[in-house]
Design a protein around this ligand. Structure first.
Ligand code: PEP
Ligand code: MN
Length: 351
C-alpha cells in the first residue's frame, strides 16, 4: 500500500500518517518528492484497511501497489533519487555523472596511492578497491581486510576521493560502514538477503551490483530488501550477466539501464570492467554506458596491471583511463550531463 499525500500536506500531517501506520503494526517509509510525499507501507501480510488512512488530514489517496517492489518503484517516488555526500558537492543520480575508479583490490599502500593519484587527477570523484575479495578460488588473494580499509581512509584524506568498497559478510559490513563512504554489495551477494537487510540498517549509501544471472525484477527486489530496512540511498550497478557468449567474461546488458530507469527512481551505474573482463573493451563500453544514460561508471584501473593480484586483464593503465575520461565527458555533454571533479587536483607527489 502507498499513501499519497496532498502537495500542500504539512510535515505534521505526514508525521501523523506515519504514526498511524506504525500504530497498526506496520512500517512507514516516508519518501518526500518534488511534487508530493508518498508513504510506503511495509510489514503488512495482507491488505491494509485503507479507510483509517483515507480520512486523515493531508491524505490525497491510498493506493494498492500491484508490483512486488514498492519502495524502489517510481509509483512511490516519481522523481529521481539523488544521493548526496556530507561535506562534498558530489552526488550520484543528479546531472553530474559519478565516476568511481581504482584497482580491483587494495594490495598495499604504495599501489593504492599510485592509482588514486592518477584517477583523482583524471577527474574521478570516488576511489574503489576491495579489502575483502570474493574470489572463485580460495587460494587466490582474498584482500587485506581492515588494513585495506585503513589504506583507503588514508587515500580519502590525501586525495579527497570518496571511498567505495565491498562488504562480503556481517563482520566486514560493520567495518566497511565505519571506514567507507559507499558500501558495495557484490554480484555474488545480490541475493544474500540477510546481508542486504544488514546493509539496509547501515547509514551509508549502498552500491548494489546485479547478480550474475539476475533478472530485472530480482535486481530490483534486492534493492527493495535494502530499502525495506530504512536505507533509501541505493545505487544499482549493471556489471554483466552470464550468457553463452565467450568473447567476453560477462555480457554487459546496457539495455537494463533504461529498463531500470522506467521502473525505478534509483540511480544506476555501469561496470564495464567486470562487464567485459577485457581491457580493450572497457573504454568502448564506457562510452556506450554514458550514451545509454547511465548515472556513472565504476572502472578498474591499475598502475601495473600485469602484476595486479586480481583482475589485471580488465584493469586500465592510468593513461587509458585519462583517454576514457576525455571521451565520456564529450558524450555526457550531448546528454546535458556533466562530470565534475570533487575538487581541484592535488599536486602530484606520491609518497
Ligand atoms: C569488484 O567490483 O571487484 C567485484 C568483485 O565485482 P562483482 O561483484 O561485480 O563481480
Ligand atoms: Mn574486480
Amino acid at each position: 500500500m502507498l499513501v499519497v499525500m496532498q502537495a500542500q500536506a504539512t510535515e505534521d500531517q505526514v508525521r501523523a500518517v506515519c504514526q498511524k501506520i506504525e500504530s497498526l503494526g506496520y512500517r512507514a517509509h516516508s519518501m518526500p518528492g518534488a511534487q508530493r510525499t508518498a508513504i510506503g507501507i511495509t510489514g503488512n501480510k495482507g491488505e491494509v484497511e485503507s479507510g483509517t488512512l483515507d480520512e486523515m488530514p493531508g491524505v490525497q489517496e491510498v493506493i494498492r501497489v500491484s508490483k512486488p517492489y514498492k519502495l524502489v518503484s517510481r509509483d512511490t517516488k516519481p522523481d529521481n533519487t539523488v544521493i548526496k555526500f556530507p561535506g562534498s558537492h558530489v552526488t550520484i543520480g543528479g546531472t553530474d555523472l559519478a565516476i568511481i575508479a581504482g584497482p580491483c583490490a587494495i594490495e598495499n599502500r604504495d599501489q593504492a596511492f599510485k592509482v588514486a593519484e592518477r584517477v583523482a587527477r583524471a577527474g574521478a570523484q570516488f576511489f574503489r578497491g576491495g579489502a575483502y575479495k570474493p574470489r572463485t578460488s580460495p587460494y587466490s588473494f582474498q584482500g587485506l581486510g581492515e588494513e585495506g580499509l585503513q589504506i583507503m581512509a588514508e587515500v580519502r584524506d590525501r586525495f579527497g576521493l570518496l571511498i567505495v568498497t565491498e562488504a562480503v559478510d556481517y563482520e566486514s559490513l560493520d567495518l566497511v560502514d565505519k571506514y567507507a563512504d559507499v558500501i558495495q554489495i557484490g554480484a555474488r551477494n545480490m541475493q544474500n538477503f540477510s546481508l542486504l537487510k544488514r546493509a539496509g540498517r547501515a547509514r551509508k549509501p549502498v552500491l548494489l551490483k546485479r547478480g550474475i544471472s539476475a533478472t530485472l525484477e530480482e535486481f530490483l527486489m534486492a534493492a527493495e530488501y535494502v530499502m525495506s530496512e530504512g536505507n533509501y540511498s541505493v545505487v544499482l550497478c549493471e556489471r554483466g550477466v552470464r550468457t553463452f557468449a565467450d568473447h567476453t567474461r560477462n555480457t554487459l546488458d546496457l539495455s537494463v539501464v533504461p529498463a531500470v530507469q522506467r521502473l525505478s527512481h534509483l540511480p544506476i551505474i555501469v561496470d564495464p570492467s567486470h562487464g567485459t573482463g577485457k581491457r580493450n573493451k572497457v573504454t568502448p563500453l564506457s562510452r556506450a554506458a554514458v550514451a545509454v544514460g547511465a548515472d556513472g561508471l565504476i572502472v578498474e584501473v591499475h598502475h601495473d596491471p600485469d602484476r595486479a593480484l586480481s583482475d589485471g586483464m580488465q584493469s586500465l593503465y592510468p593513461d587509458q583511463f585519462d583517454a576514457l575520461m576525455a571521451q565520456v565527458k564529450q558524450i555526457a555533454a550531448v546528454l546535458g550531463r556533466t562530470i565534475e571533479r570533487a575538487h581541484e587536483p592535488i599536486a602530484a607527489t606520491t609518497k
